[in-house]
Design a protein around this ligand. Structure first.
Ligand SMILES: Nc1nc2c(ncn2[C@@H]2O[C@H](COP(=O)(O)OP(=O)(O)OP(=O)(O)O)[C@@H](O)[C@H]2O)c(=O)[nH]1
Ligand SMILES: [Mg+2]
Length: 243
């Protein structure tokens, strides 16, 4: 879970994950030295949740502190590498802002177990998937368009290729060289799914309701949007070059 200035959201997110009936679940927060103290707050929460963990056992919550704000893609890559290296069987990536429904994690895990998919996408754009009413028509259209754009250029059939709520099989992550992932921003989501498909892993989608954040501020900016426009072309060129 990447965080930048999410002090208003993190305690609720952590508590709802810890309350899931998944005994092996461990939460890794990747904080880029948030000025609002999210990193320290995460440490306090980790101390509390790890209180009853036996020494030597895997902590229920841990924090990776990075020195500067470096983009959500790089934060995700760092956290997912760490989880994969530590041998996680499954790695869930989710935002800290309350947009992604914790209640769907069990179903996503069930689909991963039943199908062997490399990645199960919590999807806004399969039948049954819905978007917050707080999103205006313009933003909904933009999101739809960004998805169709990336999928068309890359020739995938993934409906929510830009989505950031994904459950990965550890093996799939270990097959992708996370250090070579070039996206700094949210084109990370597209780059990763494409990398999985190219390595022969299948992608399944489970419908979710996507909530708008109610606390804190969006970190979306123009640079990140431009990167997302260019990235599908770069990925396509790279894959053609290696054919
Ligand atoms: N560590 C780290 N986390 C980040 C960075 N940028 C964004 N995040 C986190 O990534 C998640 C998604 O960021 P948001 O700002 O919500 O971006 P978004 O979901 O694309 O945009 P909204 O729809 O406006 O919420 C949140 O948990 C952020 O705190 C970053 O540079 N570093
Ligand atoms: Mg968000």
């Amino acid at each position: 879970m990447p965080t930048y200035n999410e002090a208003g959201n993190l305690p609720v997110m952590a508590e709802s994950l810890m309350a899931l009936d998944l005994p092996g679940l461990s939460l890794l927060v990747v904080d880029d030295s948030s000025p609002d103290g999210t990193g320290e707050l995460a440490e306090t929460l980790a101390t509390r949740y790890n209180r009853d963990v036996e020494s030597g056992a895997r902590p229920r919550m841990s924090v990776l502190h990075r020195t500067e704000k470096n983009g959500l893609g790089r934060a995700y890559a760092a956290g997912m590498s760490q989880a994969a290296e530590q041998g996680a069987a499954y790695v869930l990536q989710m935002d800290a802002d309350g947009s992604h429904p914790v209640g769907k994690v069990g179903e996503m895990l069930g689909v991963a177990l039943a199908t062997g998919a490399g990645v199960v996408v919590g999807s806004r754009y399969v039948p049954g998937g819905t978007l917050s009413d707080a999103w205006g028509a313009h933003r909904k259209l933009l999101s739809r368009w960004a998805n169709a754009y990336a999928s068309a250029i890359l020739g995938t059939r993934v409906r929510d290729i830009t989505g950031g709520f994904n459950l990965w099989r550890g093996d799939a992550l270990r097959a992708i060289d996370l250090a070579s992932v070039g996206s700094a921003g949210y084109s990370f989501q597209v780059e990763m799914k494409y990398a999985a498909l190219r390595r022969g892993f299948s992608v399944m989608e489970v419908p979710i309701h996507f909530e708008d954040r109610t606390v804190g501020e969006s970190k979306m900016n123009l640079a990140v949007q431009l990167e997302s426009m260019a990235m599908p072309w770069k990925l396509r060129a790279r894959s053609r070059g290696s054919r």
